[in-house]
Design a protein around this ligand. Structure first.
Ligand code: GDP
Ligand code: ZN
Length: 311
């Protein structure tokens, strides 16, 4: 029987197959090509033993992975396997859209070559905004990202979101308080996720861990809950790779004078010129610089032994 791994921990693998969820052990040391251990999102072959218990006896190759990149001495870690897309959630108001976080999440999706779209939640609160509309995300549509307006309060866009998720594994990510749990409850009231305006750490029932898990909407549709994804640091990525994670930078990247251009203050930088000409948004460029700094800080930590990176 083929099953999907929902959660792992303590040598136990929670899986789902045929609408049923159950715990399995793992036979021997099953690993994928490249040595990666079985993790959340993997499709596994499960065998039932005579005593009624189940164990995993095989794992299918992955088509994608959400990776927490190595910082210091830690190895790259697959947070979730077979992820199809990242849904980056921002709220139109309360809290105001955190566009730096949005850019970070979209970049994470680009690093791992996952699809990505934006969910603009709480559009019912949009008219609270006066003056310049901070929740105007048309620039992101111009870059090629779909922006899906939703409201849990008046059910706007919930069916469109459901369609967008169907048959896929989606990482639902965004700042605390933007409405991720509320959206999931709107999609499936049976989930009964805790909604609150305070920290997410206070626990969701039994599983207060920081490890990833899949939340099934049906046998083919899963939400990957990956705590900490909003703080991912693109450590170990070269500036060249980082530039590619900003979609609208791509047409210019080949034109920089230096092949290893970091687009900071190098002469002949095509990105800087595009920012100056208004072809690249100043804001997006600033997000790029912030991520570049985070990447360099991560690399620095790796060089110095990473004594501060525990936990
Ligand atoms: P999470 O931290 O991203 O999971 O956010 P929650 O789902 O816990 O929601 C945070 C707060 O925003 C709660 O008080 C929700 O009731 C509220 N909220 C969520 N979605 C909406 C929405 O579409 N409109 C309005 N007005 N409030 C919302
Ligand atoms: Zn450049």
């Amino acid at each position: 029987m083929i099953a999907r791994v929902l959660q792992t921990g303590g040598g136990t693998y929670r899986v789902r197959a045929g609408g049923r969820e159950f715990d399995c052990s793992l036979r021997g040391r099953i690993k994928l090509d490249g040595g990666s251990p079985v993790t959340v999102g993997d499709r596994v072959e499960v065998e039932e033993l005579d005593d009624g218990s189940c164990r995993i006896v095989g794992v299918e190759p992955r088509h994608s992975a959400l990776i927490r990149r190595a910082v210091a001495r830690r190895a790259d870690q697959v947070m979730a396997a077979n992820v199809d897309q990242v849904a980056a959630v921002v709220s139109a108001a309360r809290p105001d859209p955190d566009l730096l976080m949005l850019d970070r999440l979209l970049a994470v999706a680009e690093f791992d070559e996952l699809g990505a779209f934006v969910v603009l939640n709480k559009v019912d609160l949009q008219e609270d905004q006066n003056g310049s509309d901070r929740s105007d995300l048309t620039a992101y549509e111009d870059m090629g990202y779909d922006v899906l307006p939703t409201s849990v309060a008046d059910h706007t866009g919930i069916e469109a979101l459901r369609d967008r998720l169907a048959g896929r594994i989606t990482v639902l990510a965004g700042a605390s308080g933007v409405g991720k749990s509320s959206l999931l409850n709107a999609l499936d009231p049976g989930l009964d996720l805790r909604v609150g305006d305070v920290g997410e750490r206070s626990g969701r029932g039994r599983h207060t861990t920081t490890s990833a898990r899949l939340i099934p909407l049906d046998d083919d549709t899963y939400i990957a809950d990956t705590p900490g994804i909003q703080n991912f640091v693109p450590a170990g990525l070269e500036a060249a790779t980082l530039g590619h994670a900003f979609r609208e930078f791509r047409p210019w990247l080949e034109s920089c004078k230096f092949a290893d251009c970091k687009h900071r203050e190098e002469p002949g930088c095509a990105i800087l010129a595009a920012v100056e000409d208004g072809d690249i948004l100043q804001r997006r460029y600033e997000s790029y610089l912030a991520l570049l700094e985070a990447a360099e800080a991560g690399e620095e930590e790796a060089r110095t032994g990473g004594s501060r990176s525990r936990g």
